[in-house]
Design a protein around this ligand. Structure first.
Ligand SMILES: [Zn+2]
Length: 453
């Protein structure tokens, strides 16, 4: 019986920093190389040397283009990785603007704090893309002694479950699993015949009830317009912004919400939206057909992409009501902070939180009802109305995660629950044991496991 070893270097005991090593004995395959985000330890973890020698790694397989899955790839290359990087073509296309934007942020931080240099340089990004090959879903690829297949995980454009097979055994790394709520993407696929599963658990202990999300969004926009102020939506540049633009366009063209100006205040989100527009092959079939017939799903007269910072500052005095989508998605950095500083003290403002907010982030504090938050070192009172719609989350909730495993469990011998806060991961472990009678564990960072593969 052949054996392989998995080491949970990152994304174990935490949501972010996804980084797993599959050592088959003949090849070393890394799955994701993400940034740690949102915690006090994150910076230390990101700057620390890799716990393995990157030069020894043969392949890097990337599940999807979120920073907590891709953010340390140029650092890996800088540290000596010379293997091949594989992902879907969609992931490859989205990753480039995200990494260049992240480098800009790190350089900006470095100006303020000279002891904190960027993790990598421009040339490391260039070098990473020289090693990178885009694949199609279900295009089998031989990586030494194992076969790789990417399945659609329905989370963001190009997101994949990475399935590795050898000698009749297989292991699947889920990356992040889409909730089926995206108005743009097809639903997550279920891998078949999987013996081992390394699965995400972001919402491992929470169930969402926002099935009528478009109606909720309609109500929030109508209410915000009635309050007469700005509707500020901290939104991730990737997927969330495109989901919302599509929904707002639909509501506005169907005249279900009042006509008002919509500003996407993020040059990165503009680039990512352009990448989405250029790759309709990743959309759900019905939508793809509409796009191929010429419908511009991310374009309407009231929509403006805001490029430079002066224009961004100008938004504070732009006529109300208005909708502003700005990064970052957890209100933890980016242009949204300047808008919050000005708009949160105003009772006319509505701030809408969509999707997961990590512990310790400003977004999390706002939904927990904080009466003031600290921005740029000063206290800002929160008088704005805080709204929340979970239905746009790009992640499966607790019930969906259990159901996902339930559908494929006949072959599953063991589930490694990762990429969740400890309470979420342990809750999911317990449910998989109790409801499905499965062997499930939540490994700690640095732990390893031997599997039959
Ligand atoms: Zn993700």
């Amino acid at each position: 019986m052949q054996q392989s070893k998995i080491v949970f270097y990152g994304g174990a005991g935490s949501v972010t920093g996804s980084n797993f090593l599959l050592d088959t004995g003949t090849e070393k395959i890394l799955i994701d190389c993400g940034l740690n985000q949102g915690t006090d330890e994150a910076t230390g973890l990101n700057t620390a040397a890799f716990a393995y020698n990157p030069a020894d790694v043969d392949y890097l397989v990337v599940t999807h283009a979120h920073l907590d899955h891709i953010g340390r790839i140029p650092k890996l290359v800088k540290a000596g990785f010379k293997g091949t990087i594989y992902s879907t073509e969609g992931t490859r296309v989205l990753t480039e603007p995200l990494l260049r934007d992240e480098l800009m942020l790190m350089m900006h931080e470095n100006h303020k704090n000279p002891t904190q240099p960027p993790l990598y340089e421009e040339k490391d990004i260039d070098a990473a893309f020289k090693l990178w090959k885009g694949l199609n879903y279900h295009e089998p690829l031989k990586l030494g002694s194992v076969m790789l297949e990417l399945l659609n995980s329905g989370h963001i454009l190009g997101s994949a479950i990475a399935k590795f097979s050898r000698g009749g055994k297989s292991i699947a790394f889920t990356g992040d699993l889409g909730s089926g709520n995206s108005p743009l993407l097809p639903r997550c696929e279920e891998p078949t015949g999987v013996d081992y599963l390394v699965m995400e658990s972001v919402y491992g202990d929470r169930t969402r009830t926002d099935a009528d999300r478009r109606e909720r969004l309609e109500n929030v926009i109508e209410e915000a317009a009635k309050r007469g102020g700005a509707l500020l939506i901290p939104a991730f540049s990737t997927e969330r912004t495109q989901d919302l633009l599509y929904e707002i366009r639909t509501l506005m063209t169907e005249k279900k919400i009042p006509s008002m100006e919509v500003y996407v205040d993020s040059p990165l989100a503009e680039k990512i939206t352009a990448a989405y527009t250029a790759h309709p092959e990743y959309f759900a079939p019905a939508l793809r057909e509409r796009v191929e017939k010429g419908e511009k799903i991310f374009s309407f007269p009231q929509l403006h992409f805001i490029g430079n910072v002066n224009e961004s500052h100008g938004l504070t005095t732009a006529p109300n009501p208005k909708i502003i989508l700005a990064g970052s998605g957890m209100a933890q950095g980016g242009r949204v902070l300047a808008h919050e500083e000005f708009m949160l003290p105003d009772t006319k403002t509505t701030l809408l939180v969509v999707g997961y907010q990590a512990a310790g982030t400003i977004g999390r504090r706002l939904i927990e009802g904080a009466s003031e938050i600290e921005l740029y070192g000063k206290k800002v009172p929160v008088r704005a109305k805080i709204e929340q719609i979970y239905g746009y989350s790009a992640h499966m909730d607790a019930e969906q995660l259990v159901e996902f495993v339930n559908k494929i469990q006949t072959s599953v011998k063991k589930v490694f629950v990762v990429m969740g806060e400890p309470a979420a991961s342990s809750t999911l472990v317990q449910r998989l044991r109790d409801y499905l009678g499965l062997n499930a564990i939540a490994p700690e960072a640095g732990e390893s496991a031997t599997i039959e593969l």
